[in-house]
Design a protein around this ligand. Structure first.
Ligand code: FSX
Ligand code: SF4
Ligand code: SF4
Length: 296
């Protein structure tokens, strides 16, 4: 347990238009495990206080909404807001709301994220939906979903924002980001790329570190997913997706998409899912070294 002198970092985690896959992924963190992250001192003398997270908190209803709003008002400028999911901007809460106003009317997700984002120390957009819109914002986008960055831009919210895409994101990407904020404060501008992703995790293309890269360079392409060979002609999105899955791997280093005989569908890319669809079709409009003359 965190000791009394430990410095507390309140975290409010809002789930918006999401499948909850981001929560499930982060809860599966192995090292450190989720108990250490949430209950113990993940960094000596500093600990996270997860005030609101609908999937894991024991309470419900007014009690938890009150706890959330209490933290928002009393810790203004001192809490971290995590947003999981895209933000529906159509309607007045019909497509997603959190709590009610004093007249009993639902408070729309978009106004919650805007107001609580404005007062936060920093905002983490967890997952592709929060970072770029993702599946809820895919065409025809019936609820006019936007990313956190798009919402903040339209509402002039200037709070520091970190995007951690991935559908779902790797638990390490979240846990390490939180740990690095506890250790060294907010990331410097040079720690993030132009899409506000930490370069430590998203600094390279999947394709740069893929164990099948030698096949690609030799133009030995798989004809079906279970074949050895590069999966590019079957639709692999590794050449257009920035993430470290090939070296970090998933499930505590057990395996990852390409090594398991599947391919990268580009779940962490800024264009997922519209831009990388059809998933199982070659990305023919990308010019790649040593390949364009043969397959494009
Ligand atoms: Fe789901 Fe998160 Fe995908 Fe989106 O992940 S895993 S649809 S990124 O908001 O819960
Ligand atoms: Fe690996 Fe896909 Fe690149 Fe082929 S196209 S080398 S399978 S990342
Ligand atoms: Fe997503 Fe590609 Fe990583 Fe698989 S390899 S988790 S599809 S970014």
């Amino acid at each position: 347990m965190a000791n009394r002198k430990s410095q507390e970092y309140p975290v409010i985690w809002l789930q918006t238009a999401t499948c909850t896959g981001c929560s499930v992924s982060v809860l599966n963190t192995v090292s450190p495990n989720i108990k250490t992250v949430l209950v113990d001192e993940v960094i000596p003398s500093k600990h996270v206080n997860l005030v609101f997270q609908a999937t894991v908190m024991a309470g419900a209803g007014e009690l938890v909404i009150h706890a959330m709003e209490d933290t928002w008002h009393k810790k203004k400028g001192g809490y971290v807001l995590v947003v999981e999911g895209a933000i529906p901007t159509l309607g007045k809460g019909q497509y997603g709301s959190i709590g009610e106003d004093k007249d009993g009317k639902p408070i729309a997700i978009a106004s919650r994220v805007e107001a609580m984002g404005r007062d936060a120390l920093a905002v983490i957009a967890l997952g592709t939906c929060a970072s770029f819109g993702g599946i809820p914002a895919a065409q025809p986008n019936p609820t006019k979903c936007v990313s956190v960055a798009q919402l903040f831009k339209s509402k002039n919210v200037a709070t520091p924002l970190i995007n951690l895409p991935g559908c779902p994101p790797h638990p390490d990407w979240f846990v390490s980001t939180v740990a690095s904020v506890l250790i060294g404060g907010l990331p410097k501008a040079s720690d993030l790329d132009e899409l506000l992703r930490p370069k430590a995790f998203y600094g390279h293309l999947i394709h740069e570190n893929c164990p099948r890269r030698a096949y690609y360079d030799e133009q030995k392409f798989a004809k079906k997913l279970s074949d050895p060979g590069c999966l590019y002609e079957l639709g692999c999105k590794g050449p257009v997706t920035h993430a470290d899955c090939a070296t970090r791997m998933w499930n505590h280093g057990t395996n990852w998409c390409v090594a398991s005989g599947g391919m990268c569908i580009g779940c962490a890319s800024e264009g997922f899912p519209d831009w990388v669809s059809p998933l199982y079709q070659k990305t023919a409009d990308v010019k790649l070294p040593n390949i364009a003359q043969k397959v494009v």
